[in-house]
Ligand binder design. Structure first.
Ligand code: HEC
Length: 134
């Protein structure tokens, strides 16, 4: 069975491969639909989440605190002042192509800004908005 290690290697390399923003959005949307029948991602709701001001953290009340009001533009970290590349796919083709990176930053930023984890529905909506905005 010499083919097995090769197959395992192939599968491992596929698992590491980049995905596209629509694929990652679809994974969240499917998870959301399993909790809420008929769920479909909405760019409009995604934009509302992006702009909403929460009362959790004075330094970063909204996603816009670091990503600015205009996601096609570069942002600036509200605490460190470091430049952040645009979140909009139209301006930055690397956005939402690495599932681990997407999860890491939703995890960190939702916790800091919203005060809890974002739901799969919110993540699907957010990616829908960032994929459409120009
Ligand atoms: C304190 C500053 C800050 C705030 C506020 C913030 N972010 Fe971010 N965000 C970052 C940084 C830093 C990165 C990682 C650097 C990069 O990817 O350019 C990042 C990256 C991301 C990514 C990764 C996207 C990808 O595929 O590359 C997502 C998703 C994200 N942020 C969502 C959000 C959401 C949703 C909110 C609001 C709930 C938010 N961010 C608020 C600083 C912030």
């Amino acid at each position: 069975m010499r083919a097995l290690p090769a197959l395992a290697l192939l599968l491992a390399s596929l698992a590491c491969q980049a995905e596209t923003a629509p694929q990652i959005r679809q994974t969240y949307a499917a998870e959301a639909a399993s909790q809420q029948a008929g769920f479909a991602p909405s760019a409009k709701r995604g934009e509302a989440l992006f702009r909403q001001r929460f009362a959790i953290n004075d330094k970063m009340p909204a996603c816009t605190s670091c990503h600015t009001d205009t996601p096609v533009n570069a942002g600036q970290h509200a605490v460190t002042g470091k430049t952040i590349r645009p979140l909009a796919v139209a301006a930055n083709g690397e956005r939402f192509t690495d599932p681990a990176k997407v999860e890491k930053w939703f995890g960190r930023n939702c916790k800091e800004v919203v005060g809890r984890a974002c739901t799969p529905a919110e993540k699907a909506d957010f990616i829908a908005y960032m994929s459409e905005v120009r």
